[in-house]
Design a protein around this ligand. Structure first.
Ligand code: NAP
Length: 315
């Protein structure tokens, strides 16, 4: 645009101020070079807005309706590439965690597995491919209990001294219990919440700064019970609903820092978890999903950056 044709000047965000006949281009340029303006220009803007083409307008944006509608519907327009990233898998010694670690490594991500069973973690890490499309992959593992708040500190130390970065955390750790609430012992209620909610939050408190640096992601398996309360699963369901609530709030809290938070409402899956319940016996359940397919859908959800992957998405 020719300088003489320019008649609009920079106003506050979203507001045009007309000043007919006066070209503000020079003024806009000199403002742009001031530290205050540079700081404002660097501010993240809502993902559904795009700057107007007019170079005189520095803080006015058009609404991108497609992006806004997608955002409201729970999606974002971005696609995250996992190749060359480093991802921590909590519960990598478990069935879903193992499939997830393999699926992530298959996408070219380095993996640090976390769990209590060092033998299974070591075997998993040894089985992962060591080369990805973007070069050699660095894998490792840390044995520890999520109910120990210090696990997050050790993990951060490991990440700083090893891979030197953290791009994502996938939480596939968890325990289950069945039976009426009256029949569920206090210590089981406590362990459900410590493992499924409190431990992951303790660990996220310590690792989120690394994810902010990398504009990374957090993906946590809550489960279908998070939004479909089920008799005989009051304590387990409440712990998973709490995890899902934390994910929604964190998604809002971290939106400006570019960290994606994904809540995974996985339905019943054939991992044998029901046979490892802390207490009670599982109700009769239909045939569960294939864990390998569930892990692939989870990784696709991470790549899409969808805030919630609902149970129906796994069908
Ligand atoms: N399978 C399903 O039908 C289903 C459905 C919905 C949601 N989910 C959720 O999906 C996640 C994975 O389940 P899964 O079926 O793969 O079960 P799994 O094979 O039993 O895996 C559970 C994982 O959690 C880890 N873990 C448990 N307590 C821990 C603690 N205190 N500290 C650290 N790690 C701990 C286990 O580690 P160690 O083995 O090393 O102790 C294991 O790696 C769980 O959160 C589960 O609630 C499962």
């Amino acid at each position: 645009m020719a300088a003489s044709a320019c008649t609009r000047q920079t106003g506050s965000a979203g507001v045009n101020q007309r000043s007919p006949g006066v070209c503000q281009m020079t003024r806009a340029r000199s403002r742009a070079s001031s530290p205050a303006t540079r700081a404002r220009s660097a501010e993240p803007r809502a993902p559904w807005t795009r700057p107007r083409g007019d170079p005189c307008i520095r803080h006015t944006f058009d609404v991108d309706w497609t992006a806004l509608l997608s955002h409201v519907a729970g999606g974002t327009m971005s696609h995250r590439s996992l190749s060359g990233s480093h991802v921590v898998v909590l519960g990598a010694s478990g069935v879903l965690g193992g499939y997830l670690a393999r699926a992530l490594a298959g996408r070219g991500a380095g993996v640090t597995g976390v769990g209590r069973d060092g033998q299974r973690l070591g075997a998993l890490v040894d089985s992962l491919p060591t080369d990805g499309p973007d070069g050699p992959l660095r894998h490792g593992w840390i044995g520890g209990d999520l109910t120990d708040a210090g696990l997050g500190d050790r993990l951060v130390e490991h990440l700083r001294s090893g891979p030197g970065r953290l791009d994502g955390i996938v939480n596939a750790a968890g325990v289950v219990a069945f039976g009426s609430l009256v029949d569920t012992p206090d210590e089981v209620v406590e362990e459900l919440f410590l493992t499924n909610v409190v431990g992951p939050l303790w660990l996220l408190r310590r690792t989120l700064p690394l994810l902010v640096d990398s504009r990374g992601f957090v993906a946590q398996i809550s489960g279908v019970v998070a939004d479909r309360p089920t008799a005989g699963m009051a304590a387990y369901g409440a712990s998973k609903a709490a995890l899902a609530a934390a994910d929604r709030a964190l998604g809002l809290e971290l939106r400006r820092s570019g960290v994606a938070v994904v809540d995974l409402r996985v339905p019943h899956t054939e991992t044998g978890l029901v046979g490892r319940a802390l207490a009670g016996a599982a109700p009769r359940l239909p045939q569960g999903l294939d864990p390998a397919a569930v892990a692939e859908r989870i990784v696709a959800g991470i790549e899409e950056g969808t805030p919630v992957v609902p149970a129906e998405a796994f069908a």
